[in-house]
Design a protein around this ligand. Structure first.
Ligand code: NAP
Length: 241
């Protein structure tokens, strides 16, 4: 059985490790990161060319099942995979790590709404962790930003006043606490990525009484089968097999 594993996440790498070599897995990465952490087994990198391209690729590669373990905000890829697998009747699963409980965070629906909130609330020293693609929504903001991302954002996307911190999780509570204090951060802006690798910043912000603006996840397409853990996804693959 050959499985397409849409990846780019720690969960996708963990699932590949669980399945390979018993199952013929091809992991797929978007190609956004220059030096991505690679899963075990076969890997392809780059877009498929939209719905058409994915349809063709799945046929050419004789894929029997698709596990979508992309980032919870990779909504386009997830929609395309659900649509094409539905049409071709290929068994399809979404592995979506559980979302964070937003608690007292101000929940917004997009990066641009988060930027509006920063302006409305007059936050002045913001820890911005919405990722490379989320930065451009803040380009016109007057606040100062500590921007943490895996890859450098385009220079025209950057706000006037900022410091860039290029790094990749996981992050520890003590380090996040120290970082927030060192930069005298007065607001944290984050996507609701979920998972343990990057949640320490929320705990540190809560401990320091720093308000959080959280971008809500895009909705999953209707009718898809969803699991929350790598083990459940591995069980699903075994069942399909
Ligand atoms: P997206 O908006 O869902 O995808 C845009 C296009 O990228 C897709 O249509 C597809 O191109 C290609 N693509 C995405 N994931 C792919 C995969 N696993 N294999 C092959 N092609 C893939 O996703 P995004 O632009 O990557 O990211 C959207 C948000 O998710 C951003 O906020 C980003 O920071 C966050 N995020 C994504 C990833 C990731 O691995 N994708 C990781 C961390 C964070 P075609 O239409 O040409 O097939």
């Amino acid at each position: 059985m050959r499985v397409l594993l849409l990846g780019g996440t720690a969960e996708a790498r963990a699932l590949a490790k669980t399945l390979v070599p018993r199952v013929d897995v091809i992991s797929s990465l978007a190609g956004r990161v220059l030096d991505p952490a690679l899963p075990v087994g076969r890997v392809r990198i780059g877009g498929f060319g939209g719905v058409e391209g994915l349809r063709r690729w799945l046929g050419d590669q004789r894929i029997d099942a698709v596990v979508d373990a992309t980032h919870p905000f990779a909504a386009t890829m997830t929609t395309h995979a659900a649509q094409v697998c539905g049409e071709l009747q290929i068994p399809h699963l979404v592995l979506a790590r559980p979302a964070w409980d937003p608690g007292e965070a101000i929940v917004v629906e997009s990066d641009s709404k988060a930027a509006e909130t920063v302006a409305q609330q007059r936050y002045s020293r913001v820890f911005l962790t919405t990722g490379r693609s989320g930065v451009k929504a803040f380009a016109d903001s007057d606040a100062w930003f500590l921007i943490r991302a895996v890859t450098e954002p385009d220079s025209e996307a950057l706000p006037r006043h900022h410091q860039l911190l290029l790094s990749r999780g996981p992050y520890r509570y003590d380090d996040e606490f120290a970082l927030l204090r060192k930069h005298r951060i007065d607001a944290l802006v984050t996507k609701n990525s979920g998972g343990d690798m990057t949640r320490a910043k929320l705990d540190a912000a809560a401990a320091l009484d720093i308000p959080v603006v959280m971008v809500a996840r895009p909705e999953l397409p209707g009718g898809v089968t969803v699991v929350g853990t790598v083990q459940e996804a591995a069980d699903w693959v075994a069942e399909v097999r």
